[in-house]
Design a protein around this ligand. Sequence first.
Ligand code: NA7
Length: 553
Amino acid sequence: MAATALPQRSRPADDGVTRLDVIIVGGGFGGMYAVYKFNKLGLKLQAFESGNDVGGVWYWNRYPGARVDLPSIDYSYSFSPEIEQEWTWSEQYAAQPELLRYIDFVAKRLDLRRHFQFNTRVDSAVWDEDRQLWTVKTNRGDTFEAPFCIMATGPLSVPKKPEIEGLDRFKGRLMYAARWPHEPVDFAGKRVGVIGTGSTGIQIVQEVGRQAGELFVFQRTPSFTMPMRNVPIEPEYMAEVKRHYAGIREIARNSAIGGARPLSTRGFFTVTPGQRLALLEDSWNQGGLAMLGTFGDLMINEEANEHVAEFVRGKIGEVVTDPSTAESLKPRGYPIFARRPCLDTGYYETYNLPNVHLMDCLTDPILEATEKGIRTASGETELDILILATGYDGLTGALLAFDVVGRDGRTIQDKWKNGPRSHLGIMLEGFPNLFMTTGPNGPAALANIIRMSENDVDWIADAITHLRKNGLGSIEPSRKIEDDWMELVHALAKNSLINKAKTWWVGANVEGKPQGLTQFIGGFLKYREHCAAAAANGYAGHQIEPVRQAVEV
Ligand code: NA7
């Protein structure tokens, strides 16, 4: 890397401040790739992670049944052909322990851990306008400075505080799915409660229902879930995949979802009722998210959507033997796929077990937690263990959890008080040289997060390289290009049925949070095209400033 007036290399300074080129916050897939990428570019970097190791969401979510709901061969890094060849997946949908083994393999193979400070939280990041540097302070009392700061803090890293009164009174064992202990938990003979029936709750219920003495599932909004139909990956198939990874990745990068799953453009009402049913049955039997790709208009045509929702409700009725439980499990009042569709293995069958009880909190709401368990309107349920699978303060929670102060002392809390604004989900007007991976207003939860992380880190790396090569001091989106991007994000979101469900996707799960879909729903390929356009012509439309003063390093 050519020397410029920017700080190039760190050295312990007399003032106790460590000077770097890049600071990276987060040790999940995005942070790990950022560390690899910037180290390869020869930048002096330091990464911080609040957990005791790399892995992000997969480090924390060790609950029984935790498993990725995208095919493992898609949900893996594509930047290293060597890693693709050296790593062998054992299941079509990898379970959390295997994902963590993969993450460990990558971390060792690329020697990433040496760049991380674990068990370390960033408390604040403050832009120094004169010196064109971010000053970052950690909870260990250390201070770091770097011209570039990358927030790879993840869309799902801050568990939501459930609004249930009295949880601290509960004398049994209170467990957060997203902060699960590293030791096995024995459920045998125990009375276990689970609150929450999103992807996490569903995975827990189908596992713990088969282990616990009794399981009480406190369900407020039922989710639509479809069979995962997970299978082992045979060695011959894995060998084929390895021969064809390049093509598989190319398809993924050029698809709307960042994955290799087929997506039809067929309109629901363009085929006969018999053909529709056959297609839905076929996708149900294929399993995974196949149904989402069956028709092209399911998120814009309410009537088409309702047909598919009714098809899935019918399946619930076929499996669950108690009619009243089946009725309670059938989601109503919001479009299918407007909440993240869940994938399960025998979830509905779990309710046919005599020890598993569905507590319908729509008709019998939770009033409070007590010393002994959970009190609903109809009475108290005594529990030995209470599991909270109540979701996350998604998309914005992690960044709003600490002080990020940009130009003119403006905070991110202030900038986002009416909802998150950004350009591409990567940069923020008023916050020069601050970058996010998989941030709000990018495709976030709607495309493969690993493809997106790679895209975002590569984009950021190109932007930083551009500045350094040209002796420039800072980059940020102009107000205009941020406004234009937000207008596009909102215009696309307006016609989508996604807005019609109360989910973390629209900020509806956290009290007081600004509401609205703040994700780019134009698809991953279009998103990549927008990213490329934003970088064209020397990042035209960005506010780029020369180096203001040489920094002593
Ligand atoms: P989700 O999908 O946000 O689900 C959280 C669940 O917790 C959902 O069923 C909520 O019901 C329920 N919840 C939250 N607060 C309460 C209270 N106070 N009382 C009763 N029930 C409550 O989070 P997950 O962790 O399952 O999944 C997150 C993502 O991970 C998922 O989208 C995939 O991308 C992977 P509600 O809907 O609010 O009625």
